[in-house]
Design a protein around this ligand. Sequence first.
Ligand code: HEC
Ligand code: HEC
Length: 450
Amino acid sequence: MLPEQKDILWTFLSMAFTVFALYAFINVVRHAREREGVNGKFWGTVFAGFLVISFLETVHMFDLVQGEQLLFFFKYIVLTVFLLLLSWGIFFKSEKIEDQSPPIIRGFFFWMAVSVSLAGYTNWLPQQRSDPPPKETAIAGDLTMEEYAEMGRVIVFGAKQVAGQKSIGKGQCPLCHTFDPGDNIGRCPNLFGVEERSHTRVKEERYATSPVKIGDAEPATGVVKGKPDQIPAAYKRAGSPDLIGEDYLRESLMCPTCYVVEGYGKEGDTKSPMPVISKPPISLSPVELNAVIAWLQSKDNPGDYSKVTVPLPTAGSGQAKEEKPAEDEGEKPVFVTGNEPIDEMINTLGCPLCHTIPGVEGAVGALGPVLHEKINAPKRIKDPNYKGKATNTKEYVKESILTPSAFVVFNEEAGESFPDGLMPQDFKNKLSIDALDKLVDFISQTQPQG
Ligand code: HEC
Ligand code: HEC
């Protein structure tokens, strides 16, 4: 699925449940009116309460993106309906309205009971925790592999979920990648099963020669392909020089163009649009990079760390000492106020991961159009397919940042549109008004250099 997509099924079901809560409310009020001695006020309030809660939950569903919707549905909505049915049954029994509650309640109740126990069971299984990540400074002590992989997870997703924003950590991976089975429509490979793939990739014929030959240095990063013993010392693993799965994962992060997953590259799969994770703007340190690998190797089987081959960082291994003290990155929402220098603003927002932006060092992203807006914007507005509201360059740039889907740019090089929905739709939550003005001013004057 594309990054900001919502799941229609769960939203629809929660709407259906709200209608159901309304039905229950009306049904109870009717029974209370028809009979004497029934405490109509009490029961009316209880069922009105359920109706309001269901309604608010449904509204909340619209703020969530796919994965969270599923979780919210099974954690809260199903529970609400379960309690509603329980109360409905009790209402019928306690007020002696009928010996048995009507079949619709019993049938629904059974179904709900099964769902709740299933949800309870999956919750009971080992799962991702959301408590604070182990700090790098704590590395001096003993770290377990579970804590180390958790550090990797936090680098990928951030420590805290921020309402209205997708969870994205310092590593920025979820900007492009998906992680759940079947979640396959993105422009970047789904990373489910990547641990397993890491072992077979290095044995592919394609790996040996394309786009760089094993033993050759990839020009942009200088990484020598398929030679773990020639990786820069700080990132190098100990042990045999044979190529193992861990090396493939490390190479994917340090030299994306060393091997380009078929169908996901540029220029006939000879160039990867993925940023080099060990270089700016993401710049993961060796300890962080290994933490991400530890997470990649263990995420598909929660609680099982037997496939993890990266070593734990140790206090004595000069490696850990070079680390800066932990910053609280990922624990606060991404937000720029406009007081930052423009480069810093743009890097914080992550634009360079997808865009090449003249005048911003290291902004060589290739998933979106090159930002030459001084020239592009007037062209777009004149495009017969343009349906947006902008009448000048600044308005067009502002529109592109706040509502990227207002106009989806055609990629002339590839002969097809750029993917709609890839550019995050929630920048409005990450920018102050000042910051937006500053960003629009800067992007509006970008043009080819030299
Ligand atoms: C700007 C988008 C982008 C970001 C950010 C990004 N990737 Fe990628 N990644 C890609 C694309 C596109 C590919 C496929 C092309 C290739 O093989 O390099 C890819 C490929 C990969 C692969 C190889 C997958 C396979 O099936 O062999 C791995 C592993 C990977 N990324 C991990 C990561 C991790 C971990 C992060 C975060 C630290 C990350 N990526 C951040 C776009 C991105
Ligand atoms: C995950 C990748 C991604 C990120 C991050 C991203 N963009 Fe985009 N952007 C795209 C894609 C893909 C398009 C083309 C599709 C479309 O028009 O919606 C695009 C289109 C645009 C356009 C229209 C370009 C044109 O020539 O018409 C502008 C302007 C733009 N982005 C600015 C930004 C800015 C500023 C940021 C950071 C605040 C940013 N983008 C972050 C992927 C991204």
